[in-house]
Design a protein around this ligand. Sequence first.
Ligand SMILES: *[C@@H]1O[C@H](CO)[C@@H](O)[C@H](O)[C@H]1NC(C)=O
Ligand SMILES: *[C@@H]1O[C@H](CO)[C@@H](O)[C@H](O)[C@H]1NC(C)=O
Ligand SMILES: *[C@@H]1O[C@H](CO)[C@@H](O)[C@H](O)[C@H]1NC(C)=O
Length: 366
Amino acid sequence: MRGAASPWSRLALLCACASALSIAGLLAAFPHARVRSFVSGSPRPSSRPPLTLTRSNTFTIAIFADLHFGEEEHGWGIEQDVNSTRVMDNVLQAEKPDFVVLNGDLITGENTFRENSSAYVDQIVQPLLRTRTPWASTYGNHDSKFNLSRASIYQAESRYELCYTESGDHSLPGITNYYLPVWTAESKSPALILWFFDSRGGASYQGSPPDVDDIPNWVAPEVASWFSNAQSQLRREYGEDIPGVAFVHIPPQVFRSAQEVGLDPSRYPGLNEDVPVDIQGRGSEDDAFVAALLSAPALHSVHVGHDHGDSWCSTWPGEDRASSAPFLCFAKHTGYGGTGRGIEVRGSSSSRFRLEGTATWVSRLG
Ligand SMILES: *[C@@H]1O[C@H](CO)[C@@H](O)[C@H](O)[C@H]1NC(C)=O
Ligand SMILES: *[C@@H]1O[C@H](CO)[C@@H](O)[C@H](O)[C@H]1NC(C)=O
Ligand SMILES: *[C@@H]1O[C@H](CO)[C@@H](O)[C@H](O)[C@H]1NC(C)=O
């Protein structure tokens, strides 16, 4: 059940180009008149400069999903990582994003070495450093393995001043449960909240026996409660619901429902090779998270990776475009690493938002 019509419902749906996925634009949610004095205390204080919209009130986000660095260290794996780096360079050059989200499975941890597993982070971020593009991550199921821990990835990326990843509330299961406000240039009031969730999964670091996936692979109910509480807190602080966009690695079960109900490729083109969608848990463990996503009053869209052969967007099953339910979107598989149906249609790429009435799309820049 949904509340009053969201700001999104007033928006036209635009389609950018043949290979583009397009979902509702964001501009109407950002009325220029919304100028408010600075409210002291950012929700999550950080030493990094605040993220802000550009002068033309845009914020472009490229999503790099499933980079899978470090799969092999004698030949093809090295070339694969060089290729993935080229894809990132190409996307950054073509799209000039203001921000990048690394949406999980940065590294294929089952193939890396205990001594230097997280050193791949230093390779991954080179294109971001070259272009001075700030980024934030969620972690995926391959980021927790016998020789690789999420904590070590977090430590490795946090050393960079362009890294906005946070480790969230330590009492919550997982690491990458946090949010980042994006402020308006003039008024310093948040125009957009970027929400990050940890769908966990993978194997315990140095667990026994090695590399048995023993970590629950869903967003924990405690995180769903944290999400709802954080939204209430923001609403109290700013007097309204701030539009949001969510990132999580493994698709919540609602993505499978959307696929079952039927996608609309004429409106939302994109690969649909992973059928059925591999989802969080067995289809009910993430009930609380899915309910929280649906009842989030101003959540524009949920962006996932994990299923390398899927790159579609969809409306929430049972809801139409006018509904305030978030859109569901796969980020295009970016890395040359990782297997899956349909990835020979390489299209390694990104999705992107522009907060001016356009859209998110997949650019094929492999
Ligand atoms: C790297 O990219 C080139 C050019 O697309 C391709 O021919 C080659 O097979 C790729 N190598 C690997 C290991 O993916
Ligand atoms: C973990 O790293 C060690 C040391 O480099 C290596 O010998 C071993 O094969 C790796 N094990 C797994 C399960 O990846
Ligand atoms: C990690 O160590 C292995 C084995 O010594 C080496 O081949 C590989 O290049 C190293 N990887 C990184 C990212 O440093």
